[in-house]
Design a protein around this ligand. Structure first.
Ligand code: PMP
Length: 372
């Protein structure tokens, strides 16, 4: 099996599996309990928070959530509610994950002014374009660090600086899911997810800088400062921490694989790269013109090669990302997204490319036969 769909989800690493198992066996106390078992669970949680903050290189608080969908909702709806008296405007982008985009639609219905900016309108300096749209009544800027469908990268340190220069009161939220452990992240609020970094599904986090306020989404027993109540899942938290610790820091392997894949694709007729130049190395999107994504995807699947058509989250739904990058429909309909892990090899890329070449000639032959 060749798994090239790591932007959809990753295989849990051994360290994460072991940490979850150890916690389930020996650290099952309730974080809120006053006895020794509770204190041990609290220690485990605090250690995980420290590890995540260290990886981010930031100071502040970590709130554990069920995943980045919840973190994005919590950050955006939480800030909108907490700062609504200060202003009504939110600046975001047209390439966001549905967990951000649909939350924005909801806030728009409540009366917030939502400005959605497209990378195609300022691909070379998108950070400046976003900041240029920040006015005195902008309470929030929400932007992803790395696009999940094509790997396009936003310099979040630059974005943060420019937004604060435009309005120091504007809160900056970053959907950091695809960037965490791969690029530097900077924001007042940052959404993270365990299953994209070889941790488990069902665990995520929201980083929050000091002095940033947000209203909780749910009410309960007062856990996590009352801002995200519910008994903390120590097994999942332990697995998240282990995955963060295990994630490699030297990512030159991705760069090499990316270069190798680009090189092979460049030799194929009718294959076009969709990922903008400024993209992370572990995600590469391309189109095989004339072959619909699903057809190519299933043809690769027959050889046990797993890739994605655009994004797994948009299964059956039309994604806004192609339009945000100015792609025409022919190219959008034939998109293939390949996303690597550290286990991906050049041999995997060769097998993928050989099969794409086989697929292209097979589809061409079938078309010719049909025409006859
Ligand atoms: N944001 C981005 C950019 C993502 O890629 C994803 C996962 N596809 C999410 C948010 C949602 O994360 P989760 O699966 O943890 O809810």
């Amino acid at each position: 099996m060749i798994y090239l769909d790591n932007a959809a989800t990753t295989k849990p690493c051994e360290q994460a599996i072991k940490a979850a198992e150890d916690a389930a066996r020996s650290c099952f106390g309730n974080v809120s309990s006053l006895h020794r078992l509770g204190i041990e669970s609290e220690k485990l949680m605090n250690s995980a928070k420290k590890t995540i903050l260290k990886k981010l290189g930031l100071q502040g608080e970590i709130y554990f959530t069920s995943g980045a969908t919840e973190s994005n909702n919590l950050a955006i709806r939480g800030v909108a509610d907490a700062y609504k008296r200060r202003g009504n405007k939110i600046v975001t982008t047209a390439m966001e994950h549905p967990s951000v985009a649909r939350t924005m639609d909801y806030l728009e219905k409540l009366g917030f002014e939502i400005v959605r900016l497209s990378p195609k309108d300022a691909i070379d300096n998108f950070e400046q374009y976003i900041a240029d749209n920040v006015t005195q009544d902008t309470i929030l800027v929400s932007c992803m660090a790395v696009n999940n469908e094509n790997g396009f990268k936003v310099d979040t340190e630059k974005l943060y600086r420019l937004v604060k220069n435009a309005n120091s009161e504007t809160v900056v939220h970053i959907d950091g899911v695809q960037g965490f452990c791969k690029v530097t992240l900077k924001g007042d609020l940052i959404s993270l997810s365990g299953h994209k970094i070889h941790g488990f599904k069902g665990i995520g986090a929201m980083y929050c800088a000091d002095k940033i306020r947000f209203t909780p989404l749910v009410y309960g027993g007062g856990q996590q400062k009352n801002l995200r109540p519910g008994t903390e899942p120590t097994e999942l938290i332990a697995s998240f921490e282990a995955a963060v610790k295990a994630y490699p820091t030297d990512l030159t392997h991705y760069k090499e694989l990316n270069g190798y894949l680009r090189d092979r694709l460049s030799k194929m007729e009718d294959v076009y790269i969709n990922s903008p130049d400024n993209s992370v190395y572990n995600i590469l999107s391309f189109s095989v013109l004339g072959v619909r994504s699903e057809i190519m995807l299933h043809s690769l699947e027959e050889k046990e090669i797993y890739v994605s058509s655009g994004s797994a989250c948009s299964k059956g739904k039309i994604s806004s990302v192609p339009d945000a990058f100015g792609m025409n429909s022919e190219r959008a309909d034939s998109t293939i997204r390949v996303s690597f892990s550290m286990e991906t090899t050049k041999e995997d890329i060769d097998a993928l490319c050989d099969e794409i070449e086989n697929g292209i000639s097979r589809f061409r032959r079938t078309k010719k036969c049909r025409r006859k």
